[in-house]
Design a binder for this molecule. Structure first.
Ligand code: HEM
Length: 213
C-alpha cells in the first residue's frame, strides 16, 4: 500500500464549502417551498439568495481551477469498465470483491462517478443556477431594472427549480451512501478531509483510464 495525494487544498475547500452551501440551499429552499417553517418565509428567501450568490462565486473559482489545472479531464465520461463497476455496486460490494476501478491521482473517479458528476456539472447545476437566477430576476424586476427578461409566468421556472432541487437531494442521499463504499468505510471521507488516501502500490503509475484488477 502507498499513501498518495488525491485532493489538493483548494479541491477540499471547494468540496466542503459547496457541500455546506448546497445543504443550506436545500434547507432554506424547501422552507420557501412550504415543506416546513424554521427561519420564516421572508428570512428563508433572504438566506437562500445570499447562499446562492456565494455558491455562484465559488463555482466561478472552481471552474477556473478545473481548467487551469486540467482537473476537468477527471469528469470526461467513459464507458470503459462501466459494467464491472455496476456489477460491483450491485453484487461484488456485498461479497467483499475488490474494487474494479483503481484510484490514482489522474483517475480519481470510477466510470459511474464520471457520468454522475458530468451530469451534475453539465445538467443539474446549470438547471438550478439558471432557474434560480430567473426566479430572482422575475421576483424583483423593477428593483434591478431587468424587465428585458419579460417572463410570462413563474410556473415553469418554479417547476424547473423544484425538480432540480429534488434531483440534488436524491444525489446527496446516494452520495452519502457512496462515501462509505471505499476501501474501508471511512477511507473516502478521510481522503476528502486530509487529501491523502492509501492505495495499492501498482495503481500509482497508471493513466487516466480506469484499470481492471
Ligand atoms: C445557486 C443558485 C440558486 C439560486 C440563484 C436560487 C434562487 C432561488 C429563488 C430566487 C427562489 C425563490 C424564492 C422566492 O420565492 O422568493 C428559490 C426557491 C427554491 N430553491 Fe433555490 N436557488 C439556487 C439553488 C438552489 C439549490 C442548490 C437548491 C436545492 C438543493 C434550491 C432549492 C430551492 C427550492 C426547493 C425552492 C422553492 C421552489 C418552489 O417551491 O417554487 N435552490 N431559489
Amino acid at each position: 500500500m502507498k499513501r498518495i495525494k488525491l485532493y489538493s487544498g483548494f479541491e477540499r475547500f471547494w468540496h466542503w464549502t459547496q457541500a455546506v452551501l448546497i445543504l443550506f440551499l436545500a434547507f432554506t429552499g424547501f422552507e420557501i417551498h412550504g415543506s416546513y417553517t424554521f427561519f420564516g418565509f421572508r428570512e428563508a428567501v433572504r438566506y437562500h439568495n445570499i447562499a446562492a450568490y456565494l455558491l455562484i462565486a465559488l463555482t466561478v473559482f472552481a471552474i477556473f481551477w478545473h481548467f487551469t489545472t486540467g482537473e476537468w479531464r477527471q469528469y470526461v465520461p467513459t464507458l470503459r469498465n462501466i459494467r464491472a463497476q455496476l456489477e460491483f455496486y450491485v453484487f461484488g460490494i456485498f461479497r467483499n470483491a475488490p474494487h474494479p476501478t483503481q484510484k490514482t491521482a489522474l483517475n480519481k473517479l470510477n466510470p459511474l462517478q464520471r457520468i454522475t458528476y458530468f451530469g451534475l456539472k453539465v445538467f443539474l447545476f446549470p438547471l438550478l443556477v439558471a432557474s434560480g437566477l430567473l426566479y430572482v430576476f422575475y421576483r424583483y424586476p423593477s428593483r434591478y431594472g431587468i424587465e428585458a427578461i419579460n417572463i410570462e409566468s413563474l410556473r415553469f421556472i418554479a417547476l424547473a427549480h423544484t425538480l432540480g432541487a429534488f434531483l440534488m437531494v436524491a444525489f446527496l442521499i446516494v452520495h452519502l451512501y457512496m462515501i462509505s463504499t471505499g476501501e474501508t468505510a471511512l477511507s473516502n471521507l478521510r481522503a476528502m478531509i486530509t487529501g491523502y488516501e492509501e492505495v495499492e502500490q501498482s495503481t500509482t503509475t497508471s493513466t487516466l483510464e480506469g484499470q481492471q484488477t
